[in-house]
Design a protein around this ligand. Structure first.
Ligand SMILES: Nc1nc2c(ncn2[C@@H]2O[C@H](COP(=O)(O)O[C@H]3[C@@H](O)[C@H](n4cnc5c(=O)[nH]c(N)nc54)O[C@@H]3COP(=O)(O)O)[C@@H](O)[C@H]2O)c(=O)[nH]1
Length: 932
């Protein structure tokens, strides 16, 4: 054994697999069909048996029903015979039968109830031909005077019906009928006579038309005159006295039995042994043919009645078949077939499972390989840089099928973070796109640029989130970076062509209108005034025509360059076409007057720049420009309106002789011109001593002078006295306020010093403008003046406005604090017209509040102004500040303010502003006089 085992080579694994797969194939081929066939066989056998049983059962039921019909018919005939024998006995025992007696007898039988189908019971007398007359006389003598034997005629023998009950209907016609004249009746009469037994006749008359047949027959029993003689045939023939008869219709009999018959069985009754059509007594003539046509079974029964045979033919009607249909086995068979096929399929699935799994694996592998190859081809066809990175921006894979040779090798990025590769700003943008992909699954459209080989390259990112298949590992992202440099450049070129002038590179009309729209909206929003300056070269056409377009273009380019050089960042210079340029200045002031002045200043610089000579191709050319200005926003004007206004103003400038500047707004034009003129005059006014210091004294509640406010006055040689409200803003805007303000502080300190020398420490207030206060060395200047004059600082009160204080509050506080440390005091001028907030008041080192005259004027009559004044006084008390009410003109105002505990009053009621020198003289005179 051992040696044998050693000599048998061990089968290799592939061989075993081959063997296994061969047996597998055998199983696949044989097992499933075998199982199906077996199951189908079992199902077929079951069905065959069940079907046959069903047919047998139906057949049995049919034969039982047929038997039942035959039995019932036979039984009914027997009852007829029994009844007829009763009548026979009755007649045998009677010499003579009267009609009434017979009627009573038959009536007692209750034929209709007990023997349905019988037409009646009759007596048939045998009459020799010679005895006919006596017979007629006898019957007529019994009350039937119209009695006669029919059919008429002389015959050797007669068998007339002499009694019949019930005597009604067709039975009346039968009375007197000679039964021997009817052959079937004669045959039955003679058979009954000769045998002494019950005799059934054949069909007594022709069948009535229509179906089913309703054949009429009769049962006959002989009655003999003496029974002794009836022992023999000849004796019976001699002794025959008559017959008792029972005619009936076969159909009526069947009908009477219908409740005992199966209604779903068709019945036909034939007279005789054969089912001949002419012998049909009852039933459908075509029953047999119909049954044959349906393939239904048929059966016959023989019935012997009264020495005669009837043939009963029976066949089941369709309803009978239906009634006995048993379809359960069909359903079971169908189920069996289904289960067989199912089992076969299941066996096939089991048997082929491994093979199919292998086939599926092969197919899937092939598909995967195909998909991989497709993907590889697709990736190779994508010209973009593809990389996979994580949420932190670290690159894990990178590939690019068509990266230019000159570009960086993408594989060097693997392992690095975006932040290490691209500049911080670009990296932040890319990481934001990664975060968007993390949130939404996908992000596209983010663009960034890189410097590659000294050139700017634009890339567009498309990033898709790739959920990790490894548990615990964060999501990865597949990013595609497409080089969109050419698209960017094309877009930039398109944008440049659409929005910029090709010759000068300046924004064109379209871009200007865009920016003007934005500037207008911003100006309406933030209350900043802007200006639009329309520039047209005065003699460009002549130069262009005379020197050619090339030179004209060069001139325009130079103009563009000069205009651009004049603008602040945020402003726009545009070329509308030809020699027309527009400057858009934004946020130049918060009020129209200042804005007008600023716009005019810019326009003036533009005008001056344009009139400088142009050096082109070693030649010098001269040109000037006319400028139109409009300011915005005004009302509801649009961008086109503004452009038209500036254009109109420019034409006005040209009309005035070119190289001019005009405002679109006539009032603005006048105002600006006036201001320019005043500004020029103000410069001279200082030098020529036209400015003077006035003082308006301030009194306490008792009317005693406690100080005064210095006010500047300008006595113009031509215009006369120019109000401060007119020249102070011009001085502020032009910067002239700085020397003027300094001069006023000197005057105040000098006055304080003089007064204090005389022992009158009156306080003198001086208005300090915004520009003056913001002066770098303002504190130093005040300190110097105080030092130079020797004035007591606490007598110097600097009046500043609320708006000055609010702007740059911290710096303001610091500067005020420095001055307060010098001993100088601060007063808020025009208090109540501005912010009037307790919050900032508390932070400021203040000494005094001056209630604006606009509130004072309506006190004490106007309740709201009165309330405002009282609340200002209350706030001041709370903050421990002195209060001066200015513009006091009436005694009522003074009384009210005194009653309200206002510290100090200033107004025309007490004093008008007067020259400082004169006032000082007045204040110092009593002292001087007393000292002299
Ligand atoms: N920065 C400087 N501002 C100055 C200087 N001098 C004057 N001003 C400012 O000019 C504005 C107008 O001043 P003025 O025309 O002098 O008017 C002052 C008074 O004359 C006027 N006033 C005084 N009492 C009454 C009165 O009873 N009725 C009435 N209708 N007017 C009266 O009030 C002005 C004083 O105002 P205020 O300074 O607010 O106290 C004015 O704003 C001056 O500030 C200067 O040297 N530097």
């Amino acid at each position: 054994m051992t040696s044998e085992q050693d000599t048998v080579p061990a089968s290799t694994e592939p061989e075993r697999l081959r063997d296994a797969s061969a047996s597998q194939r055998w199983l696949v081929l044989v097992l499933p069909p075998l199982m199906v066939l077996m199951m189908l066989g079992v199902t077929g056998l079951y069905w065959y048996r069940a079907h046959n049983e069903s047919l047998d059962k139906r057949l049995r039921n049919f034969h039982a029903a047929a038997e039942q019909i035959a039995y019932n018919l036979r039984d009914r005939m027997s009852t007829y015979e029994v009844m007829l024998r009763g009548v026979q006995g009755y007649v045998d025992g009677s010499e003579r039968i009267e009609r009434g007696e017979f009627q009573s007898y038959v009536g007692a039988l209750q034929m209709q109830q007990t023997r349905p189908g019988l037409q009646g019971i009759s007596l048939v007398m045998f009459v020799q031909g010679s005895g006919l007359a006596a017979h007629l006389a006898d019957i007529r003598g019994r009350g039937f005077s119209g009695y006669t034997v029919h059919p008429p005629g002389e015959r050797a023998q007669y068998a007339p019906i002499t009694h019949i009950e019930p005597l009604e209907g067709r039975n009346l016609e039968a009375l007197g009928l000679d039964a021997l004249t009817l052959p079937p009746a004669r045959e039955a009469l003679e058979r009954a006579r000769d045998t002494g037994r019950l005799a059934l006749s054949g069909l007594l008359g022709p069948l009535p038309p229509g179906t089913p047949a309703q054949g009429e027959v009769g049962l006959f029993l002989p009655v003999y005159s003496t029974l002794l003689e009836a022992e023999t045939l000849s004796g019976r023939r001699r002794a025959i006295r008559g017959w008792v008869a029972a005619p009936f219709r076969v159909g009526d009999v069947v009908k009477g039995l219908s409740r005992e018959f199966d209604p779903d069985i068709a019945l036909a009754i034939y007279d005789g042994e054969e089912p001949l059509p002419e012998a049909l007594l009852y039933g459908e003539p075509g029953l047999q043919a119909q049954a044959l046509a349906r393939g239904a079974v048929q059966t016959s029964r023989r019935l012997e009645v009264g020495g005669r045979a009837w043939t009963l033919r029976m066949a089941p009607l369709p309803a009978f078949d239906l009634r006995h249909e048993d379809e359960g086995h069909h359903l079971v068979a169908v189920m069996g077939v289904f289960i067989s096929l199912l089992l076969g399929w299941f066996a096939w699935v089991l048997a082929t499972g491994r093979e199919r799994a292998a086939a599926l694996a092969r197919r899937m592998t092939a598909q995967l390989r195909g998909a991989r190859d497709d993907l590889e081809s697709t990736l190779s066809a994508i010209p973009d840089l593809l990389f996979e990175l994580d949420a932190e921006g670290r690159i894990h894979h990178c590939r690019s099928a068509h990266m230019p040779q000159s570009a960086l090798d993408p594989t060097q990025f693997v392992g690095q973070r975006l932040q290490d590769i691209v500049p911080p700003g670009e990296a932040a943008g890319c990481l934001q796109a990664v975060r968007a992909a993390l949130a939404n699954g996908y992000s596209a459209g983010h663009q960034y640029h890189l410097e590659v080989d000294g050139q700017t390259h634009w890339y567009e990112l498309s990033i898709a989130r790739k959920d990790s298949t490894h548990p615990g590992e964060g999501p990865r992202f597949v990013a595609l970076a497409r080089d969109v440099t050419e698209r960017q450049q094309a877009q930039a070129r398109t944008h440049q062509l659409a929005y910029f002038d090709a010759l000068t590179g300046l924004p064109n009309r379209r871009m200007l209108l865009d920016r003007l729209g934005l500037a207008l909206a911003a100006a309406r929003r933030n209350g900043q005034i802007g200006a639009l300056l329309f520039v047209d070269l005065d003699n460009f056409k002549q130069i262009n025509d005379a020197r050619g377009h090339t030179l004209g273009d060069q001139l325009l380019a130079e103009v563009a360059s000069r205009l651009t050089g004049l603008l602040r960042p945020g402003d726009t210079v545009a070329r509308l076409g030809g020699d027309e340029f527009v400057l858009l200045l934004q946020g130049i002031a918060t009020d129209m007057a200042t804005a007008g002045r600023q716009a005019l200043a810019v326009a003036e610089r533009v005008r001056e720049a344009l009139e400088l000579p142009y050096a082109i191709d070693t030649h010098l050319y001269s040109s000037t420009g006319s400028l139109g200005i409009t300011l915005f926003p005004k009302r509801a004007e649009g961008v086109e309106d503004l452009l038209r206004e500036a254009d109109t103003a420019m034409y006005r400038a040209k009309d005035l002789g070119r190289n001019r500047i005009r405002f679109y707004e006539a009032a603005m034009q006048a105002d600006v011109q006036e201001r320019l003129a005043l500004e020029q005059d103000l410069k001279k006014a200082m030098a020529e001593g036209q400015l003077a210091a006035y003082i308006q004294p301030q009194v306490d509640a008792q009317g005693s002078v406690v100080g005064g406010e210095l006010l500047m006055r300008w006595s113009h040689p031509v215009r006369g006295s120019v109000p401060p409200a007119r020249f102070i803003p011009i001085a502020e805007a032009s910067g002239l306020i700085l020397p003027m303000g300094a001069w006023m502080i000197e005057k105040a300190c000098d006055a304080i010093a003089q007064l204090q020398k005389q022992g009158k420490p009156l306080s003198i207030s001086v208005n300090v403008s915004q520009r003056q206060f913001r002066q770098e060395d303002f504190v130093e200047r005040v300190r110097n003046v105080l030092a130079q004059t020797g004035a007591t600082p606490s007598c110097l009160v600097l009046e500043v406005t609320e708006s000055l204080l609010i702007e740059n509050l911290d710096d303001t506080i610091a500067r005020m604090t420095e001055l307060v440390h010098l001993g100088v005091r601060f007063s808020i001028d025009d208090f109540g017209t501005g912010y009037s907030s307790l919050a900032y008041l508390k932070r400021l080192p203040l000494y005094e509040l001056k209630i604006d005259k606009s509130f004072v004027q309506d006190t004490p009559d106007d309740p709201s102004d009165t309330a405002i004044v009282q609340s200002i006084l209350s706030v001041a008390r709370h903050l421990n500040l002195r209060v001066v009410a200015e513009g006091v003109e009436t005694q009522a105002q003074a009384d009210f303010l005194a009653a309200s505990q206002c510290d100090c009053l200033q107004g025309y009621l007490f004093y008008r502003p007067e020259p400082l020198g004169g006032w000082l003289d007045g204040m110092l005179r009593p002292a001087r006089e007393s000292t002299s």
